[in-house]
Design a protein around this ligand. Structure first.
Ligand code: SAH
Ligand code: SF4
Ligand code: F3S
Length: 479
């Protein structure tokens, strides 16, 4: 064994077995490598995120660990010495985007011999993807999945010491690891995981296969994290889970999501609470009442309905009917005044030849926002084997019909706000226009407004002056 190998095995021998101590130890070990990468200064890293808020939040954790190792943040892939893609596989085009970008990295690697490339996230939990990467993208140095994201320091240390690419994909999740370094993408708003995974197995969806079984974090860990965020200046938290309404399942302590909301609502100096995503089948009266009672809980709910037709909903394994969904939204409107209801809609599921019921839901509920998707076949899900795929032309036509009904309603809801004043958390300077600030109303509507930059981070009164389809324009009162 060479000296180097001896040193490396000694490092592993001395590593603590418990987490997070083990990863903190490897962060220190990586720091020695990182400090030697670039004689002229700090090496730079770039985390490229695909997919949902879960991934965006995971990327904050990846970034936090890399900064602790001594990396600086790169502004572009060209200047980076370490690039990590945190991937998504919910639809085929999400995967294609990753492959497309990855193809471009090959020439960067030729130009910068120091460049290391890593892939992680949902896509990596699929065997076929791993095969493709091994065969077609053999210049990737490190690959890991969703269940061992917290192990980045240890895996990177292994990659630094290995001539071969390092692959570590776990099919089973382990314990939830708390208290690793993290950074925030935004100063005054923060995401907080309350649970991981999903047990719902909607028949079209790959998420339960790549994110594993549902497990909830302990309430005290969640509350402590939020208290620390508040001490650090955060005013608004978004509680994250694939189905927050079933929070608490499997925990020793009996607790529901509504009870958790009431506990979070008691945290001093926290001003706003949001949560994502709610599954209609688990939306209880208890939760609606908690939304009504807790002054910090924003009057907004993201409640995906996917499709309107009862037969289709059944084949999707969603466990509610069109009328049940509409009744839920009516109850929400009754108890939570001014509630903004947003949703996810999917068009083109096997057997869906028309969107009459989908359009009916849109008209009756009047959503203030929606993500719309065309169904994408995911290998390994039950829907992938279902017959009666509607043809592409029909799907496009149905999809456009949905947008034609949806967008004017969103615009109308926004227009009704013109001339009125709302409480807005000023989050920062608008990306569109440097003279404007950006923020959100309680119901989650985005607003660009004239305001004093000294008020960034505060909740202020903003008068709406104009409406666009997807956002509002306004002016701070008493400016
Ligand atoms: N857990 C969340 C959604 C996670 S995925 C929920 O249940 O609401 C986000 C959205 O992607 C879904 O709501 C659905 O509309 C869409 N989606 C999931 N799988 C899809 C597929 N195979 N094709 C097209 N859209 C899909
Ligand atoms: Fe997918 Fe359904 Fe779970 Fe949402 S609830 S992540 S759509 S399986
Ligand atoms: Fe999210 Fe995509 Fe994974 S939607 S959970 S990043 S498959």
């Amino acid at each position: 064994m060479s000296d180097m190998n001896f040193k490396v095995s000694e490092v592993y021998g001395q590593a603590p077995l418990k987490e997070p101590q083990r990863q903190l130890y490897f962060i220190e070990k990586c720091r020695e490598f990182v400090s030697q990468i670039k004689p002229e200064g700090k090496p730079l890293m770039l985390v490229n995120t695909f997919g949902c808020q879960m991934n965006a939040h995971d990327s904050e954790k990846l970034k936090g660990m890399l900064l602790e190792m001594g990396y600086g943040e790169a502004k572009s892939e060209e200047e980076a010495d370490f690039i990590i893609y945190n991937t998504c596989c919910v639809r085929e085009n999400a995967e294609n985007k990753v492959y497309g970008n990855l193809g471009q990295l090959k020439h960067l690697k030729k130009e910068n011999s120091r460049l290391k490339i890593a892939l992680c996230g949902c896509m990596m939990q699929q065997e076929t993807v791993i095969e493709t990467i091994k065969n077609k993208y053999n210049y990737v140095d490190l690959v890991f999945g969703t269940h061992n994201l917290y192990k980045l320091p240890e895996l990177l240390y292994t990659a630094f010491n290995s001539k071969e690419p390092v692959y570590e994909i776990k099919t089973e999740h382990g314990e939830i690891v708390e208290n690793l370094p993290s950074v925030r993408n935004f100063e005054y708003t923060a995401s907080v995981n309350i649970m991981y995974g999903c047990d719902n197995f909607c028949s079209y969806c790959i998420v339960p296969y790549v994110r594993g079984r549902e497990r909830s974090r302990k309430p005290e860990d969640i509350l402590n994290e939020i208290k620390e965020l508040v001490n650090d200046g955060v005013k608004e938290v978004c509680l994250l889970g694939q189905n927050v309404n079933s929070y608490g399942k499997g925990l020793e302590e009996k607790i529901t999501f509504a009870e958790l909301l009431r506990m979070v609502n008691e945290i001093p100096r926290l001003e706003r609470i949001r949560f994502m995503t709610s599954h209609p089948k688990d939306l209880s009266d208890e939760l609606i009442f908690a939304m009504r009672d807790c002054e910090k809980v924003c009057s907004h709910i993201h409640l995906p309905f996917q499709a309107g037709n009862d037969e289709i909903l059944k084949k999707m394994n969603r466990h509610y009917t069109k009328e049940q969904y509409i009744a839920l939204t009516e109850k929400l409107k009754k108890y939570v005044p001014g509630v903004g209801i947003t949703t996810d809609i999917m068009v083109g599921f096997p057997g869906e030849y028309d969107v009459d019921d989908t359009v009916d839901i849109i008209k009756r509920v009047r959503f203030s926002g929606a993500f719309t998707f065309i169904y994408s076949k995911r290998v390994g899900t039950p829907a992938a084997k279902m017959p009666n795929m509607p043809d592409e032309k029909l799907v496009k036509k149905n999809f456009n019909r949905v947008l034609e009904v949806l967008n004017p309603i969103i615009f109308e809801i926004n227009s009704e706000k013109v001339g009125k004043t709302y409480k807005v958390l000023a989050e920062g300077i608008s990306g569109h226009d440097k003279n404007l600030l950006i923020g959100r109303l309680e119901d989650n509507t985005l607003i660009h407004f004239k305001g004093n930059i000294e008020n960034i981070g505060k909740i202020i009164n903003v008068k709406v002056t104009d409406s666009k389809t997807f956002y509002l324009l306004g002016e701070q009162e008493d400016l």
